[in-house]
Ligand binder design. Structure first.
Ligand SMILES: [Fe+2]
Length: 204
């Protein structure tokens, strides 16, 4: 692909993202999306992830196949965070929540999401989580999570690079009140995604 073709692909990608987010804005006029709206946002994200405009040349993992999080978009006021995660393997992610809705859609490979059940946390009782389901996010598939849902992810694509789109109701680096748990399910303080943990997606 020459320079001009690459610029054309990036222009088409930027347009597809803007069109998708315009429809998502209608579905979620605040920061809390209703379940029916989340289902519609899932459909939008499956279409965006399958548009063929997120290639490895623009979104490579690290040299040794480690995970990279690319920032594709967030609104100036911190609403809507759209990220692309990719890698052959992924650094361990503790179980965590997001304090906003999340939709994850597969581009290539396999991102396995482990979902957790939350228990306790009332009357001074320490909150714990335990695994309740595993869902593989692959091309053509997506999952939606509510603000309190707890999950972890891992990449299971083997030698293949896994790539997924993650859309959140708010930009993750603006959310300070998220919580994480140990691998054993014990509450383990707050969870932050820092702006410097993300790589800005290639621009036109
Ligand atoms: Fe997450």
């Amino acid at each position: 692909m020459d320079h001009q073709q690459r610029a054309g692909l990036r222009r088409r990608r930027a347009a597809r993202i803007a069109e998708t987010l315009a429809r998502v804005r209608v579905l979620d006029p605040g920061t809390a999306a209703a379940p029916a709206h989340l289902a519609a946002i899932k459909t939008e994200m499956i279409k965006l992830a399958g548009c063929g405009l997120f290639d490895l040349a623009d979104f490579p993992p690290t040299a040794d196949g480690g995970d990279v999080t690319y920032l594709l978009h967030h609104d100036p006021d911190g609403r809507f965070g759209l990220y692309l995660m990719c890698g052959r393997h992924c650094a361990p992610v503790p179980p965590h929540d997001h304090k906003t809705w999340a939709v994850i859609a597969g581009i290539r490979g396999v991102e396995t999401n482990t979902l957790y059940r939350r228990e306790g946390g009332l009357d001074g009782d320490e909150e714990t989580v335990s695994p309740r389901a595993e869902i593989a996010v692959t091309p053509g598939r997506a999952i939606a999570l509510g603000p309190c849902d707890v999950h972890t992810i891992r990449f299971d694509g083997g030698a293949q690079v896994t790539a997924t789109l993650h859309l959140y109701g708010r930009a993750l680096d603006r959310i300070t009140e998220r919580v994480k748990f140990t691998a054993g399910g014990v509450l383990d303080g707050t969870y932050r995604t820092r702006a410097e943990d993300c790589v800005l997606a290639p621009q036109i």
